[in-house]
Design a protein around this ligand. Structure first.
Ligand SMILES: C[S@@+](CC[C@H](N)C(=O)[O-])C[C@H]1O[C@@H](n2cnc3c(N)ncnc32)[C@H](O)[C@@H]1O
Length: 297
């Protein structure tokens, strides 16, 4: 047996948004490292009596590595708890590499990211057929972490789809200016969420035109996420997935409904700018479910 580090996504705040697997990994740990600034203390109730609890809120990575070194020597289990989903701005890659170099077994347990939590709290779907079928997860350039070339908010805004912007509330004026420069109309819906799912959560609906004032009026500058895009204000167009004319690996299409669906799709295609997507892809797709028996994909 060797020591092990499990990186656990604790979710956006509310303690019961951790996964069962994450809670079990905390329960199995000899050392639980968590950040009191980002994760609610209730998650520590999953820790076993006698587990060593370390608050990493004020620690640089150098303050955490000694626990990994000890885990390697003493064959201990470490639960390293991160907010949201650890794959997004979690700074886990450098820790994974250090743990690996120490010969520790490593595992990652995914978590509920802030962007999905905010969509849930706002009661919105982020992908609406024929309105937005992509979600861009990003942050504003010009912060402490430089952005790679080609990843500006302005260039992403040009897609006009749904965007989730993290880590950017302190520069809301610049954010709004970049969104407008990229082509979102002033009245594009925006949800501003601060500390979503925490007891002091704030959720505000505004537009790209009123985003800066909304943030300033509420004095938001950290722990805030923006959801932006026309999907937030659109009525749900009927999705293919639950349409009787749509088929997939588990369901056959009703022929009359199928014909009606194809006709409606063709009409929509005629009215859309399809970019690189071919009309065939739009009208003939059957989602991710695979073709049904005897039905060509
Ligand atoms: C270092 S990133 C971590 C993101 C995290 N890994 C995730 O998947 O949500 C921190 C940023 O995530 C966003 N964030 C995290 N939790 C949030 C919450 N409960 N409400 C609003 N925004 C949140 C904010 O933009 C914050 O500045």
């Amino acid at each position: 047996m060797s020591g092990k580090v499990t990186f656990i996504g604790a979710g956006p705040g509310a303690a019961d948004l951790i996964t069962l697997r994450g809670a079990r990994a905390i329960g199995a740990a000899d050392i639980v490292i968590w950040a009191s600034s980002l994760v609610q203390a209730e998650i520590l109730e999953h820790a076993r009596p006698g587990a060593e609890i370390v608050d990493s809120a004020a620690l640089p990575i150098e303050g955490v590595i000694p626990y990994y070194e000890r885990a390697a020597v003493e064959e201990l289990r470490v639960a390293r708890v991160h907010s949201g989903d650890p794959s997004l701005w979690g700074a886990i890659q450098e820790q994974l590499e250090r743990a690996d170099a120490l010969g520790l077994e490593v595992e990652i347990v995914p978590g509920v990211s802030a962007f999905s939590a905010v969509a849930a709290r706002a009661g919105r779907e982020l992908t609406i057929p024929q309105v937005a079928q992509s979600v861009i997860l990003t942050r504003l350039e010009g912060g402490k972490t430089p952005m790679p070339a080609g990843e500006s908010i302005r260039s992403f805004a040009a897609h006009g789809t749904t965007m989730a912007v993290f880590l950017s509330a302190a520069r809301s004026g610049r954010l709004a200016a970049e969104l407008l420069a990229g082509g979102y109309p002033q009245d594009t819906p925006v949800i501003v969420a601060s500390r979503a799912t925490w007891p002091d959560e704030e959720l505000a609906w505004c537009t790209v035109g009123t985003l800066e004032q909304t943030v300033k009026d509420r004095k938001l500058w950290k722990h805030t996420l923006f959801l932006i895009g026309p999907a937030l204000g659109s009525e749900g167009t009927r999705s293919h997935l639950y349409h009787p004319g749509h088929f997939h690996g588990h369901r056959r299409a009703e022929p009359a409904a199928r014909a009606a669906l194809r006709e409606a799709d063709q009409t929509a295609v005629d009215h859309m700018t399809v970019g690189h997507t071919t009309a065939d892809e739009l009208v003939g797709g059957n989602g991710d479910h695979g073709a049904g028996p005897g039905q060509a994909k």
